[in-house]
Design a protein around this ligand. Sequence first.
Ligand code: MTE
Length: 328
Amino acid sequence: MFIPKQRPWQSPEADVTPKGLYLNRRKIIASGGALALTGLSACEAQSDQDSAASIPTGSRPASGELAHRTTGYQVADPLTPYPAVTGYNNFYEFGIGKDDPARYASALTTAPWSIEVEGHAARTGRFALEDVVDFSNLEERIYRLRCVEAWSMVIPWIGVSLASVLTSFEPTSDARYVQFVTDLDRDEMRGTRFPVLNWPYVEGLRMDEAMNELAFLAVGLYGEVLPNQNGAPIRLVVPWKYGYKSIKSIVKIRFVSGEPETSWNRSAPHEYGFYSNVNPNRAHPRWSQRSERVIGGNVFARRDTEMFNGYSEQVAHMYAGMDLIENH
Ligand code: MTE
């Protein structure tokens, strides 16, 4: 997608970190660069081939590189090192420890994968992932991910806009919200044997939020197929909201007329609202949201949290007139 207008968080295409450079950075890190992050599991060094593999239209590689184009979505901070992005995760279906997903998510079978589409849309039913996402037309977007736990990462995602996928199902005017559901397989997802959350994990967006240009469906990161611990084979990325809205390993999309249930809201409504927009002015009942820990850097590295995680220009208009403390 060509973005004609320069935004504060974008840079010209030429300024975007070249893939070779960040893969090289990854190589440096993998070969002994210190990660000042406790509890990180070491990740294996990946292939360092710089040339994007050419993938035939419609096919989905099981692993390795994903052909993609680079658009101008950029963050003015360094990328979080690959071992941190793939070694420090939240994916409670595999355990509540930050290194549990990297340790156990490989048990999840991600191919074949299908997504069931239900509700207010002209095209509903079960679709193979390859028929939902055009793997010959992927783009890279660098977004900041801000977790409600007050840490953040800068991640180069590969995928497609959520709007392009939702539009293909031809939602009707009754579709005012969209709900997403994560896979639930008690054999493969060891964490779901414990009632940490009311499984399956569910999330939702208002339809205008879902159609916003920033909402993204990721099938890869750092130029490669999405690792299981990051939500393979397909996960949502909603960069102006707390990370828990970015639901992983999606198996169902429901077009609904009323506000859908969401996992964390259902679990602790006074702590987690439906909207969950990043907001430094609303403290979590148990901690401040004014600043965040920068993962992958110096242990003391912090930055001030920005309203809507720095994406106000693209999203603030959707909440005009709303009390964002009340509607947290
Ligand atoms: N999706 C599912 N299905 N299960 C989860 O536990 N955790 C969320 C979100 N998506 C979660 C999930 C939280 S709290 C965050 S911060 C992000 O995933 C973390 O994404 P990452 O591990 O790729 O950084």
